[in-house]
Design a protein around this ligand. Structure first.
Ligand SMILES: Cc1ncc(COP(=O)(O)O)c(C=O)c1O
Length: 463
């Protein structure tokens, strides 16, 4: 069985992993990784970014072993893909079982049961006052593209509103409605037309200079006025929002703001698309982050942790809206692959059976408490925020001016990596460290990661 070869079983024999969680035996990158880096430089396009220069051998739970035998604690989870942990035995078995039956008949040619079963599950998990229907695609960006196509077809209105600091993917429409110009958009224009940006409720850096909660959610008033001048509702088909902005800096929107966006959409026949690609599948301590805010999105986009690493994404929406396109207008050769669907079914089962929602809350509490303690000690921490186990810490050079401290983030990530901890950055100014640990990460592993973060900050302080 595949799982027998993974770290989980082996680590019983490696007490040092049990005790320290991370084991660095060589220089990192080690010899094997260095050899592959040379080949990578030769054969892989420069624009394919990479944060850390090791190559993986195997992974299990929250641990990654590289080709040189070093073990790392993973706070990135494949950018929020491994919520249930790397190589969960049940998911691996389900994929293996499916591999023995059929791999790709293409749903548009010959249908298969797992597609229907997962569609039913997702419709159930998101059911509210209306019935939902589902379509599957391959990536997050593709889910966003399809959500927008469907909303436009339904409303017959071309305009799309997105938020500042948003990230929705790298295809043309998804990139257009994304914020960070460098690196995501620079040099790739012209972009899609009929798109509009509105202020985000980034309260730590309020674009309107206000302070939550005494601001009366002035950003909503700003939007209402924009809707009278720049983008009248008759032109607008959809508004897309991440309930917790991911790449933009793990920005948690205040509930009043999200509820106001929902009301504005309802009042003006605008389809509300909630992008749960990074925040979904128990990450924030609810199955989907919008459930914290009692929203009822017209459309939800999902990807990443939906299938534990098998490429799969979903558009889940109000049946009437989802049925707007005619047969053949949406879909694609690989959309909703059997492997993705069986993995997805198992992911949901594991989340429920292992109560990963509760685990996300517990793990999030451990990490957040440590971050808040560090905030008391280190002035370079400007803000600690997040929901459940989707947490971010924003670094500044000065707490008053809030000048972003991107250099520090880079150095801390590099320090942690050398000590066997994988962190990721985020933020419109690259000055946020984001925490997306597999929800099965142990308390010991989480604390080890936080100890290393603190060591790095201490070392920086002593410079
Ligand atoms: C909120 C959000 N939307 C869309 C995407 C794009 O997903 P993909 O990279 O699978 O295209 C991402 C990826 O990070 C994301 O975080």
């Amino acid at each position: 069985m595949h799982s027998k070869s993974c770290l989980h079983t082996r680590k019983e024999g490696l007490r040092v992993i049990e005790e320290r969680c991370a084991v660095i035996k060589t220089d990192v990158p080690g010899k094997k990784s260095r050899a592959l880096l040379k080949k990578r430089e030769k054969y892989v396009a420069f624009g394919v970014g990479c944060n850390i220069d090791i190559f993986i051998e195997e992974a299990k739970g929250a641990l990654i072993k590289d080709m040189d035998g070093n073990v790392f604690i993973d706070f990135a989870a494949g950018i929020g893909v491994q919520n249930i942990g790397h190589c969960n035995d049940e998911v691996v078995n389900a994929i293996n079982k499916q591999l023995d039956k059929y791999i790709h008949p293409c749903f548009h040619v010959i249908m298969y049961e797992p597609y229907i079963a997962l569609a039913e599950k997702l419709a159930e998990l998101t059911k509210g006052t209306f019935k939902r229907k589902v379509m599957f695609a391959n990536s997050g960006a593709e889910a966003v593209e399809n959500a927008i196509k469907i909303a436009r077809r339904y409303t017959n209105k071309p305009g799309i509103i997105s938020l500042e600091c948003a990230f929705h993917g790298r295809t043309y429409m998804a990139m257009t409605i994304t914020s960070k110009v460098k690196p995501y958009k620079f040099g790739f224009g012209p972009f899609s037309t009929d798109t509009y940006k509105i202020p985000t409720a980034y309260c730590y850096r309020c674009p309107l200079g206000c302070e939550y909660p005494h601001c009366g959610i002035a950003c909503v008033e700003k939007l209402r006025s924009l809707l009278k001048s720049e983008m009248i509702p008759e032109m607008i088909g959809a508004l897309i929002v991440e309930p917790v902005q991911g790449e933009g800096g793990f920005i948690v929107q205040p509930p009043e703001y999200l509820k106001a966006l929902e009301s504005i959409c309802r009042e003006n026949d605008i389809v509300l698309i909630v992008d749960e690609i990074q925040s979904g599948f128990a990450r924030t301590g609810k199955m989907f982050a919008y459930q914290h805010f009692e929203l009822e999105p017209d459309i939800i986009t999902m990807a990443k942790s939906i299938a534990a690493g098998i490429p799969l994404s979903a558009v889940v929406g109000k049946a009437e809206i989802m049925d707007a396109p005619s047969p053949g207008q949406i879909g694609g050769t690989y959309g909703g692959s059997p492997l993705g669907c069986v993995a997805g079914l198992k992911v949901i089962e594991v989340i429920q059976k292992e109560d990963l929602i509760e685990k996300a809350n517990n793990l999030g509490r451990i990490i957040k408490n440590r971050l808040l303690e560090m905030k008391e000690k280190y002035d370079c921490i400007g803000d600690v925020r997040g929901l459940g186990a989707m947490l971010g810490v924003e670094f500044v050079k000065d707490r008053k001016t809030k000048e972003p401290y991107a250099e520090l983030v880079k150095d801390v990530i590099n320090y942690a990596y050398k000590r066997g901890v994988i962190f990721l950055s985020a933020g419109i100014f690259n000055n946020v460290i984001r925490f997306l640990p597999p929800l099965v990460m142990t308390e010991e592993q989480a604390n080890y990661g936080m100890d290393v973060l603190e060591e790095a900050l201490e070392a920086y302080n002593l410079r």
